[in-house]
Ligand binder design. Structure first.
Ligand SMILES: [Fe+2]
Length: 277
């Protein structure tokens, strides 16, 4: 099951406003939509009619039909395929009531495995690794927000393995041996080569990990939306459009929240990027 999208219409409007440094009042003035209605949409209390969605999309530089589809819960990416060279276990864990994804990946040829992000839930990850017969030799972090790096100390203690994180990212709590990475670096996992793609913007040192035609993208892009630009909106947008959505359409994206998707799906259905790549 793909599960619900990470972002609804209200989240997308807020993130698109952020890209323009607009307040709700600014958006109201630009679009002619009442400010109280914009506030209600962003609070998930109002689903506007089609004319209003298209008006908002136009002034926010979003793709109208894609935004319309998401406002009607009509976009769900197709299930993605696996890769012949590795086994992938996807864990969706809860941080309070908030679902977070983390991953266990095992090279089929060598049996060597790694964890990608922690889900702030080391118990679940340790349990799943045991069940599947994995003892990860590496922990790769896409970024160090608590929901992706919390509980690192317990994993390091259990697996006695080093951690990888981008050199520009705030250091995570509880790491043992830390390996700092940057754009173009390659991490070997048995016969697999994991390519580091620097994608800052959500955080100062966000990184995506690419293995064959599969990318673990953290919180930079979601099916139908983009991450929150806690660091720089323009940097985040540029990273996605220049480094991720320029990969072949069949490239699989496994994000930190929401369903997995592909480059092709997001080029066609993501209101931020449709028609821009
Ligand atoms: Fe994050």
């Amino acid at each position: 099951m793909a599960g619900p999208l990470e972002d609804e219409l209200g989240d997308i409007l807020e993130k698109a406003r952020d890209g323009k440094s607009w307040s709700q009042e600014d958006l109201s003035q630009a679009s002619g939509v009442a400010e109280k209605d914009i506030q209600a949409m962003e609070n998930y209390e109002l689903v506007p009619d089609e004319t209003t969605v298209l008006k908002l999309a136009e002034v926010l530089d979003l793709d109208g039909p894609s935004l319309m589809a998401i406002s009607r819960d009509a976009y769900c990416p197709q299930a993605v395929a696996g890769d012949p060279d590795f086994e992938l276990v996807t864990l969706e864990v809860l941080l309070g009531s908030y679902p977070v994804k983390c991953y266990l990946l095992r090279c089929k040829q060598s049996g060597e495995s790694c964890a990608i992000d922690t889900g702030a839930n080391p118990k679940a990850l340790i349990q799943k690794a045991k069940e599947t017969g994995m003892t990860p030799s590496k922990i790769l972090l896409t970024h160090t927000h608590y929901d992706h790096a919390g509980g690192l100390d317990a994993l390091v203690k259990e697996w006695k393995c080093p951690t990888w994180v981008d050199k520009n990212e705030p250091r995570p709590k509880g790491y043992g041996k830390l390996n700092l990475i940057g754009e173009g670096d390659v991490i070997e996992l048995g016969a697999l080569r994991i390519h580091c793609i620097s994608t800052p913007g959500h955080t100062p040192g966000g990184v995506s990990y690419k293995v064959n035609q599969t990318v673990f993208s953290g919180d930079i892009i979601f099916a139908g939306s983009m991450g929150r630009a806690n660091s720089t909106w323009s940097g985040l947008f540029a990273g996605i459009t220049q480094k991720i959505l320029t990969l072949p359409d069949a490239t699989i994206l496994h994000p930190g929240h929401g369903p997995s998707t592909t480059v092709g799906e997001e080029k066609q259905n993501n209101p931020f990027f449709c028609g821009k790549v």
